[in-house]
Write a protein that binds this ligand. Structure first.
Ligand code: ACO
Length: 322
C-alpha cells in the first residue's frame, strides 16, 4: 500500500498585476523583470486570504472526486503566509468544508513546503486502511511584501493548489530527499516577530517584509536543487534520463535553465509557468503540476521529479510515478 495523487486543482486571486502595473508604482521595468526572472504578471489577493484560496482548492478537489468532505482523514496545508498563527490554515479549511473526520495542521518549509508535505503525508498510507487526504500549498505573499522594495516586490504572487491523495496498491512515491541549512536562514526572512515584548523597551522589532539575499539564494538553488534531485534519484535507483518531467519551484527561469544544464537534461523536460504567476512559494509546484496534467502534458505513468528550494534555507525533491 502507498499513496497516489488522484486529483489536482488550483485557485488564484482574480486581480492580475502586470510588470507594467508595477512600473507605475516603483522604479522598475517590464524588461528588467522579464529578463531577470521570466515573470510577466502575478495574481494579487484583494478579498482572498490564504485560507479562502485553500478552501476553494479543497472544494474543487472533492467535487472532482465526487467525495464528501467527511470522507477525508487529513488536511495538510503548506504555507509561510497563514491567516493566523492559530488556528492553522488547514484547521480553517477543515471547518469551512465540514471535514469533521479529518485531522488538520500546517507545515512551513517556505517554497519547499509542498515537497516537504508530500514527504510527510505519504507515511499515512502505509497500512491497509483506506485513506483520503488533502495536501494543499497556499500563499498570500503580497501581505509580506514591501511595495517600496523593488528587489523583492516584483518576484512574488498569491495562489493555492493541491492534491487529493488516496491509497494505491502500486508504488507511486518512489524516493525523496530533504535538506535544511538553518545556518543560512538569514538569507531569506519574512515576518520576524522581534525578540522583546514591546512593553519592555518600547521598540517595535517586528519586521514583516521579505528580506532576501537574491544572489545568495540564486547560487544556493542552482547548486542545491540538482544535488537534491540526484540524491533522490539515486535512492529510487533511477537516472535523470529516466525522468519524464522535472517540476521545479517556479521562482526564476534563469535558475531552471541552470539546473537543467547541471543535470545535462533538455530544458523541454522542465515546464514553466512563472510568467503567469510569479513565485507563489508553496503553491508553485502544485499549480504547475495541475496545469501540466490538465494540458495533457503529464500523463499517467510519467516519472516526475518535484523539487523545491527556498526559505530555511530548505531544498527537497520527491520522485513519483504520476
Ligand atoms: N527593477 C529594476 N532594477 C532592479 C530591480 C527591479 N525590480 N531589482 C533590482 N534591481 C537592480 C539592482 O538595484 C541592481 O542595480 P545596481 O547594479 O545599480 O546596483 C541591479 O538591478 C542588479 O541587481 P541584482 O540583485 O544583482 O540582480 P540579479 O541579476 O541578481 O537578479 C534576482 C535579482 C532576480 C532576485 C536574482 O538574484 C534571483 O532570482 N535570485 C533568487 C531569488 C529567489 O529565487 N528567491 C525566492 C526563494 S523562494 C522562497 O522561499 C520564498
Amino acid at each position: 500500500m502507498g499513496a497516489k495523487i488522484t486529483q489536482l486543482a488550483h485557485a488564484v486571486p482574480t486581480k492580475i498585476v502586470t510588470n507594467n502595473d508595477l512600473s507605475q508604482i516603483m522604479d522598475t521595468t517590464d524588461e528588467w523583470i522579464r529578463s531577470r526572472t521570466g515573470i510577466t504578471q502575478r495574481h494579487i489577493a484583494t478579498t482572498e486570504t490564504t485560507a479562502s484560496l485553500c478552501t476553494q482548492v479543497a472544494i474543487q478537489l472533492l467535487q472532482q472526486a465526487a467525495l464528501p468532505a467527511t470522507a477525508l482523514d487529513f488536511i495538510v496545508v503548506c504555507t509561510m503566509s497563514p491567516d493566523y498563527f492559530t488556528p492553522a490554515t488547514a484547521a480553517v479549511v477543515q471547518g469551512a468544508i465540514g471535514a469533521t473526520n479529518a485531522f488538520a495542521y500546517d507545515l512551513n518549509a517556505a517554497c519547499s513546503g509542498f515537497v516537504y508535505g508530500l514527504n510527510a503525508v505519504q507515511h499515512y498510507f502505509q497500512n491497509d486502511q483506506p485513506m483520503h487526504g488533502l495536501l494543499i500549498g497556499g500563499e498570500v505573499l503580497s501581505r509580506l511584501l514591501n511595495w517600496q522594495d523593488r528587489s523583492t516586490a516584483v518576484l512574488f504572487g498569491d495562489g493555492a493548489a493541491g492534491v487529493l491523495l488516496e491509497n494505491s496498491s502500486t508504488a507511486h512515491f518512489l524516493a525523496s530527499d530533504l535538506a535544511t541549512f538553518g545556518d543560512r536562514g538569514g538569507q531569506l526572512t519574512a515576518g520576524y516577530q522581534g525578540s522583546a515584548p514591546l512593553m519592555v523597551n518600547g521598540i517595535n522589532q517586528m519586521a514583516p517584509y521579505f528580506k532576501m539575499d537574491g544572489r545568495g539564494i540564486y547560487s544556493f538553488a542552482t547548486r542545491g536543487v540538482p544535488a537534491s534531485i540526484e540524491r533522490a534519484l539515486e535512492k529510487a535507483d533511477l537516472t535523470c534520463a529516466q525522468v519524464d518531467h522535472f517540476i521545479l519551484h517556479q521562482a526564476n527561469t534563469r535558475i531552471i535553465t541552470q539546473v537543467a544544464k547541471r543535470l545535462r537534461q533538455p530544458l523541454a523536460k522542465f515546464p514553466q509557468n512563472m510568467a503567469a504567476y510569479g513565485n507563489t512559494s508553496a503553491a508553485s509546484i502544485p499549480i504547475l503540476l495541475d496545469e501540466c496534467v490538465r494540458a495533457g502534458q503529464i500523463k499517467p505513468g510519467a516519472v516526475l521529479a518535484l523539487s523545491g528550494f527556498g526559505g530555511g534555507l530548505t531544498v527537497g525533491t520527491q520522485i513519483i510515478i504520476y
